[in-house]
Design a protein around this ligand. Structure first.
Ligand code: COA
Length: 283
């Protein structure tokens, strides 16, 4: 077993390109541990329910690069630190004062990270240990499949904030659970429990939280006995069933950016940070 700390050349090269604050925080906000060829990537901001901020994305990108380029790593698990949350969404505190262009760039960058996960030739599965909301649900959906603990909760609550998903949620939710259920969840901000997620096909298994990582490890150990090139080819072929050339992802980025010109988005995010109900005016 090892825990990455700047060992590989690729990792160090990337690290040199990152801003100072990202270098300082990356080792803490997302950790990577490798055991018997299985990497466990843990989003590690439990006090903020593992919300995805810039430092998390920088560190996540770095660890995904390690997974792709380190021959000793055969597969990966993505999970969240602490007993309460996988990831409770993008960090809403970073949304304030964003221009439309900056918001679109944020969405595009997040989509790119999640495409890296989706297109990984090495299996990457999500071990969802609690809230998987907004960007957290999108992160889980970008993984090749999902296992949930019994306390897991899934949803795309962005409309509560005057927003829409920006990291592929409108596309992958529709792919995974079908258009009718997806649109209902997207426009109602409904949060579903693990049993409903299993019934919808959003997750493959539901297990007690203390068994979650063991279940993920057991599945990847079994997959690890299969031909790696064939495994990668299966993933690539399955991804082609949902050709990324479709315009949905671009439409999502444009619509996400447009939300940032609305009073509703300002009201929704401010209300969240002020811990009060939003009063939307449809402007
Ligand atoms: N962005 C930034 N901070 C977040 C966050 C997010 N997406 N989700 C949770 N947090 C922070 C809270 O602000 C709080 O910080 P504080 O202790 O400094 O006040 C901390 O994480 C704990 O969250 P809290 O809301 O107190 O926990 P809870 O158990 O009462 O509620 C949730 C849990 C998940 C229901 C609630 O945190 C929530 O609704 N989060 C936002 C979900 C969301 O809208 N995600 C999509 C974002 S685009």
């Amino acid at each position: 077993m090892y825990i990455t700390g700047g060992a590989s050349t690729a990792r160090n090269c990337l690290k040199n390109l990152l801003p100072f604050h990202a270098k300082n925080n990356m080792s803490q906000v997302v950790t990577l541990e490798v055991n018997n060829g299985i990497a466990t990537i843990t989003i590690n901001r439990p006090d903020k329910l593992n919300a995805l901020n810039k430092d998390v994305f920088a560190a996540l990108n770095l660890h995904l690069n390690e997974v792709a380029n380190n021959a000793a790593i055969k597969s990966a698990i993505i999970t969240g630190a602490g007993p309460k949350a996988f990831v409770a969404g993008a960090d809403i505190s970073e949304f304030h004062e964003l221009s439309i262009d900056a918001a679109k760039a944020l969405a595009k960058a997040g989509q790119d990270t999640f495409f890296t996960i989706e297109n990984s030739s090495k299996p990457i599965i999500a071990a969802v240990n609690g809230f998987a909301l907004g960007g957290g649900c999108e992160l889980a959906m970008a993984c090749h499949f999902r296992i949930a603990s019994t306390n897991a909760k899934f949803g795309q609550p962005e409309v509560n904030l005057g927003l829409i998903p920006g990291y592929g949620g409108t596309q992958r939710l529709t792919q995974l659970i079908g258009k009718g259920r997806a649109i209902e969840l997207l426009i109602s901000a409904a949060v579903i429990d693990a049993a409903t997620a299993l019934q919808y096909g959003l997750v493959n298994y539901v297990v007690p939280q203390e068994e979650l990582l063991a279940k993920a490890t057991a599945l990847l150990t079994q997959i690890g006995t299969k031909a790696p090139l064939a495994v990668g080819a299966c993933i690539a072929a399955a991804n082609q069933a949902f050709a990324p050339e479709n315009k949905g992802y671009t439409a999502e980025v444009d619509a996400f950016g447009a939300c940032f010109a609305t009073e509703d988005m300002e009201e929704g995010t401010t209300a969240f940070l002020e811990k009060r109900a939003a009063n939307f005016q449809g402007k």
